[in-house]
Design a protein around this ligand. Sequence first.
Ligand code: ASP
Ligand code: MG
Length: 443
Amino acid sequence: MKILKFGGTSVGSPERMKKLLDIVNPAERQIVVLSAMSGTTNNLVEISNALLKEDKKKGIELINTLKDKYDAVVAELLPESVESVEGDFRAQGQEVVDYHFNFLLSLANNVFTAIEDKVVLAQGELLSTTLYHVYLKSIGVPSVLLPALDFMKIDEDNEPVIPYTTENLTPILEANPDTNLFITQGFICRNSFGEVDNLRRGGSDYTASLLGAAILAEEVQIWTDIDGMHNNDPRIVKGTKPIANLSFDEAAELAYFGAKILHPQSVFPAQKYKIPVRLLNTMEPQAFGTVISTESEKGKIKSIAAKDGITAIKIQSSRMLLAYGFLRKVFEVFERYKTPIDMITTSEVAVSLTVDFTDNLDKIVEELNSFGSVELDRNQTIVCVVGDFGAEKHGFASKVLDAIKHLPVRMISYGGSAYNISLLINTDDKVEALRSLHNRIFE
Ligand code: ASP
Ligand code: MG
């Protein structure tokens, strides 16, 4: 069985929804995971924000505007009231839309807390999947709509519980042996209290990979509107190419940088359960895309990626020399302020590290000051070269450094894994660094 996930733009209009059947083969047994129609989750966030601020008038206005859009979708997606045995599909679609928007209005008219906020955000995926299900019925394609809230769950630490999905989804699939096409919602789940929750923005990819893991799917396909992961940033560098094959380890290194094409956490369930993930382009279904799997060419550089908005922090202290426990104390400060550290380099008497979440930086620096002198460099960019550097252990670092020898480098991190060389540079030098690395490595 395969899992196919379609993002917001792939279901962004009735026309695009109808085109899904160019890709989805109703004769193959599969689960189709849908996002909300593009723009909807953003609209729902606005609605929720208004209601959290107790601006009921604005909330209701926004709900009505969004409803107009869905009324139009129903009119375009579903055929005119024809009296068939199955009933009137346009009326069924309208009923779905009325139900969800009346529900939103009822939320707007009651006490609104963080719990209702999550419920509001869930409506986008509930709408897109239910409407698509009615559409399939209207054209005579049999399908079963699976309620993700019955089998997608996160625990107290917001970690998905894959065994729960296996346990609750398997019986439903077994109860429908003659169904090929299952439709379900991406993004939404229940939390440890049983409340409606979600897997964070962009989380539909994560749903697909969790489902793939839970039922040991043959493959997970993520359909977007780019032809796979590219070997460099196509907005900056000319002549980038899609990477045909990536190992899970390489994809995990890139996930931090490639969040736009793939939700970063999506790699891990697939990796753990060895389910290949294929990134494909809805606009160009024949293109090979990118396959993330256990198989990937060894001893090759695969991709160059960059992330801006990085701050480097250097802590210099003679107390670090021949001492143990120093780094633990430093790390504990970051832990207390829930701030992830990305890159680290150390010398005998100093440690440099980078963060991209800076909300608590002032407090962190204040505490670090008690260990030694602290220096900050803002407006930094991590440039990361990913590939398999294990097989042939020489030459990679020098190639990378040679390509950027004309640029100042603030930090270099190599050997953390066999798949990554990271460099920290001034953001002003990023374009030049990406182009120069590309020429040296791929041209
Ligand atoms: N609809 C959700 C979002 O916009 C989830 C997704 O599209 O992946 O974040
Ligand atoms: Mg996405």
